[in-house]
Design a protein. Structure first.
Length: 200
């Protein structure tokens, strides 16, 4: 479930507490959450409603000035039903703190390197982690499709690789493309120093 940045900022302040989507089936569940640019957004009640059941208070809590504006923002389709979703800011993304941990000790750096080596060893297509890190380091803010093409990878699979590195705090998503986090830069420098001859 995607949100515009201006909406996310208003969720953080508590100004926006509801979201409306027109879906065939609910794409989120109550109690679930999603990681966003501002942190974790948690979902409350997820209910199917009609246009008539949307109240003026709902409109305000969703951040719109009028019901017409809200309805215009929804995807159209006769087979789609309107879902009203409670939303709240549930805190910062734990990966954000991890990404900014750049003062790693030699032992910690060795541990990060060992983890990447293990990932590569289990990969059926051969080593890839350092290749992707170097590619992003050399091409920040380049569209993911171009990066995937440079490696001869399908876009969904390339994005999956980057997300895996992101889980370890090594990469950051930008509006377009990616960049290495401070942690990722230090880990890559450690990898290069330990084995600069490795292609990538």
């Amino acid at each position: 479930m995607l949100f515009r940045r201006d909406v996310l900022d208003r969720v953080v302040t508590g100004e926006v507490e509801l979201a409306f989507r027109r879906w065939r089936e609910a794409e989120v569940r109550s109690g679930g959450s999603v990681r966003t640019a501002v942190g974790i957004i948690e979902f409350g009640d997820v209910e199917i409603v009609t246009e008539q059941e949307i109240t003026a208070a709902d409109v305000r809590r969703a951040g719109f000035d009028s019901k017409g504006e809200l309805l215009e923002s929804l995807r159209q389709g006769e087979d789609r039903r309107i879902h009203r979703i409670g939303i709240r800011f549930a805190g910062t993304d734990p990966r954000a703190e991890l990404r900014n941990e750049a003062a790693l000790s030699p032992r910690e750096l060795d541990g990060e390197a060992a983890r990447l080596i293990q990932i590569d060893a289990r990969s059926k297509r051969g080593p890839w982690t350092r290749v992707v890190l170097r590619l992003i380091d050399q091409n920040p803010a380049v569209p993911a499709r171009e990066l995937a093409e440079a490696l001869g990878r399908e876009l969904p699979r390339f994005k999956s690789d980057v997300r895996r590195l992101k889980e370890y705090g090594l990469t950051e998503s930008l509006e377009i493309g990616y960049r290495l986090s401070p942690r990722g830069q230090q880990v890559l420098a450690h990898l290069n120093a330990s084995d600069p001859s490795t292609p990538g």
